[in-house]
Design a protein around this ligand. Structure first.
Ligand code: PHE
Length: 504
């Protein structure tokens, strides 16, 4: 059982006189307390724990009300009239009383009523006092005593005199008169040690340091070892800490990076600025393909053209015009070196993987990259002109469609989306081509494209083995992970929203 320091102190004091029945005053002085609440609080807790017996007695306390206080000073109304009457000679009446100033005008009527109750009569406006006045005098004296006995008590705000100490007949009588006395209820408690309380070891009663804040000063000393610690109430509302943390997109990129590294991939990078040659020609995208038009691609004024090695362009020309050595018939037409050398912002990160293959066509590889791409899109709920792609390839003997699908499924499963399906699609540079979809809140959402690079792509580069390739939208995935229905939320720097985002 957990004792509070106040509880310990109270028990210790009580054990000095184990069989005593303690009241509030005794305990306050024995514990060296001034605050009654300490006794009440510790007493209740100790009694709950079975260490002390607490008894409660309810007492009615009486004290003078405002009229009573005045009566204690000047005498009761009936008393004052009686005294005036005794001093009069002749046969005084109501008119004389009112003229005398012995009582206030508004008191006279009530006062006479009180005297009538005592046996004084008012006959044709004149007071008639009975022959024997002893009973009246005695009654008035008792009433005066009663008022005097209450005088001073409770005037300081304390409760008053317990009913048991007062004449009940008088209490009864005065409580029926207006404004003379008033009562309140008081709970009087006593406390006595129980056998369990007496049997407790002294060690349990040593007061202990109660720590609310753990500070370096506390930890550098020894006191903390034996201290009690204020428990946390985790149900209380608390401010949300808004310390700096990575942007959710940055966290997501780190997580994706970690997953691919874990799956045995190496990371590659590339430049934002590239040529139409690497972005499109190398991927066997026909030079008159509509996606190359100004409305989809950001072509650059500076550099408007970037020189490419002529033999590289000749290879692409051969494949585009006639299919090269691939057995394909190509696209026909006239391949343009000028179009090939146009400067532009990359429209997909497939340019990175294809350049990687061109650099090391004879080394099996598993590489990935996460990078920004640019397209002339108008901004809406699901489109941005700048976004990111998660790109990757596997080139090795036996690389195949099932290997590609398994790899993507594994990636999405690690991201927390175990349900993945693929559907047939078309890209100029893959055959077969796939669309990758994941299930999210019961719906299939398209997250990217994939396929096996066509021979028209790999053969001019000198690749020795089949190449699995994919490119997926990062922001689309972010929308799922963060539960967004507007892609713009990711980049509008909404500080409140950013502060609320969990660490991914
Ligand atoms: N580059 C394609 C896109 O931007 C995706 C893709 C990559 C498709 C690799 C097939 C192979 O949508």
């Amino acid at each position: 059982m957990e004792l509070s320091n106040n509880g310990r102190r109270m028990l210790k004091a009580m054990r000095e006189e184990p069989s005593k029945i303690w009241n509030l005053t005794d305990l306050l002085s024995a514990c060296d307390w001034t605050d009654q609440a300490h006794v009440a609080g510790a007493g209740a807790a100790l009694s709950e724990a079975g260490l002390v017996n607490q008894t409660e007695a309810r007492t009615t306390l009486w004290k003078l009300a405002s009229e009573g206080v005045a009566a204690a000073e000047n005498g009761l109304l009936e008393q004052r009239i009686w005294e005036w009457l005794s001093e009069q000679s002749g046969n005084p009446g109501m008119a004389e009383l009112q003229a005398s100033g012995a009582v206030a005008k508004n008191e006279a009527g009530i006062g006479i009523g009180l005297l009538k109750d005592l046996g004084v009569q008012l006959i044709q406006g004149k007071f008639e006092v009975p022959g024997n006045t002893g009973a009246i005098v005695a009654t008035l004296a008792m009433r005066a005593d009663f008022v005097a006995s209450l005088a001073g008590d409770g005037a300081d705000g304390s409760g008053g005199i317990p009913e048991s100490a007062l004449d009940t007949a008088q209490v009864d009588y005065f409580s029926k008169r207006k404004g003379l006395i008033t009562s309140s209820e008081e709970v009087v408690r006593t406390w006595a040690l129980t056998p369990t309380g007496s049997a407790l070891s002294d060690d349990d009663l040593v007061e202990r340091l109660l720590v609310a804040d753990i500070t370096p000063e506390l930890l550098s000393g020894e006191e903390w070892r034996d201290a009690d610690y204020k428990p946390y109430d985790v149900t209380l509302p608390a401010p949300t800490p808004t310390a700096g943390k990575p942007h959710p997109m940055q966290s997501l990129i780190e997580r994706i990076r970690a997953i691919f590294l874990e799956m045995g991939f190496s990371e590659i990078e590339g430049d934002f600025v590239t040529t139409a040659g690497w972005n499109m020609d190398a991927l066997f995208i026909p030079q008159d393909h509509p996606a190359r038009e100004m409305q989809d691609t950001f072509y650059l004024d500076e550099p408007a053209s970037i020189p490419l090695p002529p033999d590289r362009m000749d290879q692409w020309a051969d494949v585009h015009e006639r299919g090269g050595d691939t057995g394909s018939s190509g696209w026909g037409g006239q391949f343009s070196h000028e179009i090939s050398q146009k400067g532009m912002l990359r429209t997909h990160t497939t340019v990175n993987t294809v350049r990687h293959l061109a650099e090391t066509p004879d080394q099996p590889c598993r590489v990935f990259g996460i990078g920004r791409v640019f397209r002339k899109e108008s901004i809406d709920r699901t489109h941005l002109p700048e976004f990111h792609q998660i790109e990757g390839i596997i080139m090795e003997p036996g690389a195949s469609l099932p290997m590609l699908v398994t790899t993507l499924k594994e990636f999405y499963a690690k991201m927390g989306y175990p349900e993945v399906r693929v559907r047939p699609a078309y890209f100029p540079y893959t055959e077969p081509s796939l669309e990758v979809e994941v299930k999210w809140r019961g719906q299939w959402l398209e997250l990217g494209g994939a396929g096996i690079f066509r021979p028209e792509v790999t053969e001019p580069l000198g690749c020795k083995w089949p190449v699995c390739a994919w490119g997926m939208g990062l922001e689309r995935l972010a929308m799922l992970v963060l539960g967004l229905d507007d892609i713009r939320q990711l980049y509008i720097s909404d500080l409140e929203w950013l502060g609320e985002q969990p660490l991914l």
